[in-house]
Every structure is written in structure tokens, then in C-alpha cells.
Design a protein around this ligand. Sequence first.
Ligand code: FAD
Length: 289
Amino acid sequence: MYPAGFEYFAPTSVEEALSVLERYGDEAKVLAGGQSLIPLMKLRFASPRALVDLNRIEGLDGLYEDDGMLNVGALVRHKTCERSELLKSRYDVLADAAPQISDPIVRNLGTMAGSLAHADPQGDWGSALLAAGAQVQARGPGGTRTIPLDEFFVGPFTTALEPTEIVTWVQVPDPGPRAGGAYLKLERRVGDFATAAVGVHVSFTNGKAERAGIALTGVGPRNLRARAAEEALAGHELDDDAIAEAARLAAEAAEPQDDVRGSAEYKRNVVRVFTERGLRKAAERREER
Ligand SMILES: Cc1cc2nc3c(=O)[nH]c(=O)nc-3n(C[C@H](O)[C@H](O)[C@H](O)COP(=O)(O)OP(=O)(O)OC[C@H]3O[C@@H](n4cnc5c(N)ncnc54)[C@H](O)[C@@H]3O)c2cc1C
């Protein structure tokens, strides 16, 4: 099916984009990679009156560290993350997730920020970035605000963003010199959305977990943080008992449903096993640094 008619805007600055959004309010949609929005428009699940294409705005394609933060611009593609040596060297959970998102065609165009704004509970970036403790910078008519990712995801396909706001940057705190992480995804075939997936990030001090992040994909109404599991690890070494207990708590935090990809019980068990494996991998990678 063809999308319904719409007006198309291709602003060259964030200010210009914001002024179009202000004019159209919730009848406008921002377009980044188009890998989620265009299929929805073709199915007529979305029929915005105006599309505000960000792709001609300069300066939103940066991927760099600055002042204790990794900064990822709104136009950074999944592919750029997949190839980034910076992510491979310091941000394991993100480097693991990038090549597991869909296929090369989607990765060439889709963006990290677009994926977060789309808020699909099966989105891989959501969990990888929740585990890493990320936040987004959102610009709107009143200026810029910082939204911790925890508060950003409100429900399935729903975020804390106002219709007149644009995510300009995704930011991830520096993991420190002794850190490790992993993103494990079960998919029925390569390129599929997750049956279940787990993102893990641990920053260590004196051999103990100073901060642990664990987040779950495809097993709830949004990407979920396994808080009790994170808290159980804080201040502890990642020995067998601590890992097993965190994995048990992560499985408890999952809210899976039976569907074509598997039963709820099966998905919960995948979460437990992947949390264990992810934590072991995080500890190994810490040793390698
Ligand atoms: C066949 C296929 C398979 C896929 N498989 C996976 C998968 O395995 N894992 C996975 O995680 N994802 C998967 N995806 C989704 C893909 O990762 C998308 O690229 C991503 O979800 C959206 O990013 P985008 O830049 O294409 O956003 P768009 O499609 O352009 O926009 C998506 C939504 O976000 C809004 N938006 C976009 N950018 C911004 C911004 N900067 N500020 C405010 N709002 C914004 C749009 O208005 C729209 O509502 C798949 C997609 C397809 C088509």
C-alpha cells in the first residue's frame, strides 16, 4: 500500500525543524532513517500530515567522547556504531548490539536515536543503552532537556518526548577503565527481532561491581531494567553465586508473553541463561583490558 499524502519538509537546522514541529504539533512526524516510520506509513498505521526529515541537518552525525560522556548524534546510523572502534574498545554492550540489529540494509539507514524514539519493546538499542546507563538530549521550543533513558520509555511505542521535541543526542557515561559488558540476543533467524535478549554492563572497582546495568528486550511492554538484579551485584565480586542470584532476579523481572516466538516460560529461562552468560562475558572482558 502507498502512504497517505503528506507535506514534506527538509530543514537544514534544528531550529527550522522545531518551528515546523511547532506549527503541526502531533500531526507531524520526524523522519530519521525511515526504517520504522515508512513501513508504518505504508501500512497506514501512521498517517502524519507533515514529515520533518532530519537528514539535511549538519552536525548531528557525531560519535565521540567528550567530558566523561559518549555522544551519539541523532543521525548516527546503526552501521556507524557497528564499525566504530571506539565502541569496540570501551562500550562492549553497544558494540555487541549493533551488528545484531536486523540486516545490513536496515543498519545502513536506521539510527540509534530513531530506534529509541520508536520505543519498540523489541528494539535492541533500548536495552543495550539502559544497561549502559544512557540518557537522551531532547530539544524543543523551550530549550534542551536531559531525559534519563529510564524515564524515556513510557510504554510500547510511547516515550516521554513531546510531539514538538527532537532527540538530538544520545549520551552514555564513561564506563571507567575497568568495565565490561555484553549483549546476547536469541533470534529465530538472522535479522529477526529478538525472541528475548539481555544487555549487561558492569563497571568494576577493586575487583567488585561498582555499577551494574542489566536490561531485557522482548519480554515486557518496553525495554525493562532488572533493578533487583543490578542491586544484588553492587559492591560484590562476580563469583558463581552472585552471578546465579542476579540471573534468577533478572528472570523474575521479565514480563514475557506466549507468542509465535516462544512460550513465556521459555523466554524467562532465556533471560536467566543470557544474564549468566552476559555477566561472565563482562567479567572476562574486564580482565582483558
Ligand atoms: C525489516 C526490519 C527489521 C528490523 N529489525 C530490527 C531488530 O532486529 N532490532 C531492532 O532494534 N530494530 C529493528 N528494526 C528497526 C530499525 O532498527 C529502525 O531503524 C529503528 O527502529 C528506527 O530508526 P530510524 O532512524 O529508521 O527511525 P525512523 O523510522 O525514521 O523513525 C522512527 C520513529 O522515531 C521518530 N524519530 C526518529 N528520529 C527521531 C529523533 N531524532 N527525535 C524524535 N523522534 C524521532 C519518528 O518520528 C518515528 O516515530 C527493524 C526494521 C526493519 C524494517
